[in-house]
Design a protein around this ligand. Sequence first.
Ligand code: PEP
Ligand code: MG
Length: 911
Amino acid sequence: MVQKEADFPVARPSSDVAPKWVYYFSAVDAEGGADHKNLLGGKGANLAEMASLGLPVPPGFTITTEVCGIYYASGRQLPDGLVPQVERALEKIGQETGARFGDEENPLLVAVRSGSRASMPGMMDTILNLGLNDRTVLGLARRSGDDRFAYDSYRRFIQMYGDVVLGIDHTAFEDILDNFKNLNGYSFDTELGADEWRAVIALYKAAIEDALGKPFPQDTGEQLWGAIGAVFGSWLNARAVTYRRLHAIPDDWGTAVNVQAMVFGNMGNTSATGVAFTRNPSTGANEIYGEYLINAQGEDVVSGIRTPQALTARARREAEDPNPSLEEEMPESFAELRQIFDVLEKRYRDMQDIEFTIQDGKVWMLQTRSGKRTAEASIKIAVDMADEGILSHDEAVLRVDPSSFTQLLHPTIDPAGEKELLTMGLPASPGAASGRIVFNSDEAEHQKKQGHEVILVRTETSPEDIHGMHASAGILTARGGMTSHAAVVARGMGVPCVSGAGALRINEKAETLSIGPKTLKAGDIITIDGATGRVYVGAVPMRQPQLSGDFARLIGWADDARGLAVRANADTPKDARQARSFGAQGIGLCRTEHMFFDAQRILAMREMICATNEAGRRSALAKILPFQRADFIELFEIMGELPVTIRLLDPPLHEFLPRHDRELEAVAAELKMPIEKLKARVAELSEFNPMLGLRGSRLAIRYPEITEMQARAIFEAAAEAEKRLGASVVPEIMIPLVAYRREFDILAGVIRSLAETVEKETGIHLDYKLGTMIELPRACLKADELARGDDGAEFFSFGTNDLTQTVLGLSRDDASPILSAYSTQGIYEADPFVSIDQEGVGELVATGVARGRAEKPDLKIGICGEHGGDPDSVAFFHKLGFDYVSCSPFRVPIARLAAAQAAIRAKLDSA
Ligand code: PEP
Ligand code: MG
C-alpha cells in the first residue's frame, strides 16, 4: 500500500493478535457465509455465500460490524490492528485480479459499500471506482484501451467521494455537469468523450479545492481509509437513523464495510449493469423482473438519471418499450443470469433481489438478498413456493409479515367511477390514494400533522425524502424506473406510488405541475393508482378490497396452525360486518359509549351525563335505551353463533361533555335548564385527569341506573335476537375499570337482578356470562379475588390501553410528545401503547393470568387493548396462554397470521 499511516484516523497496531476483523471472499477463498449475517452484514455474508457457491463474485473483503461498534465507542477511531488485516486482504485481491491498489500501470480499483444485518436500501453510503487519481487514471486508460471509460470512472469517483467523504453537496457536482453540458450543447452524459470528462474533472477538482482549501486527495490509501471511515460514519446519518426507527432496527447493530474489486458496466456497449428480482416483487408472479442499462454503473439504474430497459423480452413487449431487453441484447449473459438466479432461489428458498454487472460480456454478481415485495407478492410467493414444494405450509405462513396486510386493505379505483386522466407513469407500488399535491417532504409532514392526506410530487425522490414519503398517502415522481428510490421505498412502506411519469413538468419553486397545457398547483387534489400507473385530476371513487385467492389459502394455513382465537373490537353493525368478513371469531369488545358518537345520540348521552338528579338521568336513559337495544339486536344477528362481549359504559367524561355554545344550548334545551346553570354543572363535572376519573365501574357504581338501562337493553336484545335467529344468544357482559372485588359484586348484582326481571317479562330463559376488564394494576394483583367462586368473574379481558397508562403512569391522551423524545433516546424500544411493554406491563399481565387461573383453571382470558392487533404483542399473549385477542376489524387478518406465527415458532422452539 502506498498511503502514509500518519494520515489515518487509526492508532498504530499495538499487538499482532488483534481479533479477526476482516473476512475475505472470492471464488478461491470465502471465509464467511450466509450464517455470518450479524458479523458481516447481509451484503457481506451473501457475497461470501455466493462466492462459496462458485458464482462469479469479484474478490473482496468485509470489515465486520464489530469494528463499527469499536469505531463509535472510541470517538470515531478505527481500532489498532485493522490496518495490517486490510492490507493483507487488499494484497490478496491484487493477486487474484492481477492488479495492484495504487499501482500506476495496472491500478486495482475498489468499491466501498456499507451493509448492515438488516437491509437499509440507499440509507448509507457507497463509494465506487476508488483508487483513481491523476496518475492511475492514465494506467486505467492504457490497460482498458478506452480513455473515455477511464475518465468517466474518475469523474464518478470524484463526485461520489466529494459528496460522501468530503461532505460537498452532490448538487454542486450536478450543477457543474449541467452547466458544462448546456454550454457545450450536450443533452446526455453518453455524448461526452474523454476530453470532455477531463474538462469536467478539472472543474470538479477546482470546486473541491475552493470549498475545502485543499486539493482532492491523490493518495489512494488516504482515499481508502477516508471511505471506510465515511461508510462507518454513515450508520449515524439522519436518514439511516430515521429508517431504523421506522423499521425498528436497533442502533447498536452497526454496519459492516465491504471493499470489493470494481467490475465495470461502463466499459462500452458490451458492458451493462442491472438489478433483478427472481420473481415479480409487485405481483409475486414467477418471472424474472428487473432493469438494466448498457454502458453504465449501478447508481445510474437506481438514481433514475437514465430510464432503464427491461430484462425480459416479455416485459419489454408489455411496456411497449422500443429499446431491446437484456434477453434480446445479450442472450448469453441473460441465460447465465437465469441459471444463477435458480441456484440462488434454491439456496435461499426465497425470492432474491440481485445486482449484477456485465463487464465486456462477462457476468459478475454484486449482491443478493431476500427481495422486498408488496404484501400481495409476499403472499403469492409464499403460496407458490409451498405449491412448488420449496416450503411447507407452516414455513409459508412464517414468510409473510403480518403488518404488511395493511397494504392489502388499500382501496382500489372503482373502474365504473367518473374520472379525468391527468397522465400516466409506472405502477411502482400498488394501492390508490387521493390527496393534496405537495412538492416537498417537510410540507408533506406538516400537512399530514394538520390532518390532510397528501400526494408527494417530486421529480425524483432521494433518501432525504423518507419522512415525507412516510407522511404521504401516495407518491408521484416524474423520473425513475420501477427500481428507483421512490419505487423501492414506497413498496417497502406500503405507500401507493406512480414513478417515472415522464410527461410531468414540475416547477418546485412555483409549486406547480403541468402536463401539456394543464397546470395544477400545490393544494389541488389528485388521485394516483399505483397498480396501473394512472394519475387522475381530483378525488375519484374507490372500491374496498377483497381478500380471496392466495390470501384465503395462506390465512387458511395460518388458521390451521394457530391456537389463539381472534375477535374484533366492534361497536357498530358496520364494524361487526367488516369484522366477520375479515374472519373475526366474535366480538371481544363492544364499547357501548362509542354507540353514541352520532349527533342525535350524543345529545341524549350528554343529557344523561349532565343531569343533576336521578330523575333527569333516568329520563335521558329512557331515550338511550331503544338505540342500545336496536344496536345490540343487530350485533347479535350479524354475529350469529359467535360470542359478543359487551362492555358497560366507560366514557371518559372529557370526551362527552358539551363544550361549544351550540352543544350547550342543545343540552340545556333538552334538560330544560338555564344555560348558565348547565355551564356550572359542566364545570362541576370537569376533571383534571378524566382518564383516571369518573368512568368505568366508578360511574356505574355512582349511578347504578345506567347499568340497569344497559343490562335491560342487552337482555331484551338477546331475547329478541334469540327469537329471530331461532338459536340461543349468550351475551358476555363485561365490567370496565375494576380494581376491587366489591365493585364487581355490586354491578354484577344489578345485572343479575335485571336478567331476572327481563326473564319474567319475556318468559325467555336468559343465558349470559359476566366478566371483567383487567386494566388496572390492582386488578392484576387481585385477579384471584376477582375470579373466585361461582359468582366471581367468568372471564377476564385485559384492557392493555389503560393498563399501560396506569402502570407507566403515562396519560394516553398526552403521551405523544413524550413518546417521540423517549424513543429517540432509546428509553422506549417501541411505543408502549402500540407494542406491549413485555417486561413491565407484561409482568402484571402474567401475574393476572396466573392468579386468575390459579383460582379458576378454565377462566377464559382475552385482551382487547390496541395491542391485540400488534404482531409482537400477539406472540406475547400466545405465550401467556390467552384464549383470544381482540382488535380493530382491519387488524383481524394481521392478528390471525401473527397468532399462527407465534404458535409455529413455539412449536419449532420446543422441537
Ligand atoms: C383498554 O383500556 O385497553 C380498553 C380496551 O379500553 P378503552 O380503550 O376503551 O379504555
Ligand atoms: Mg380501558
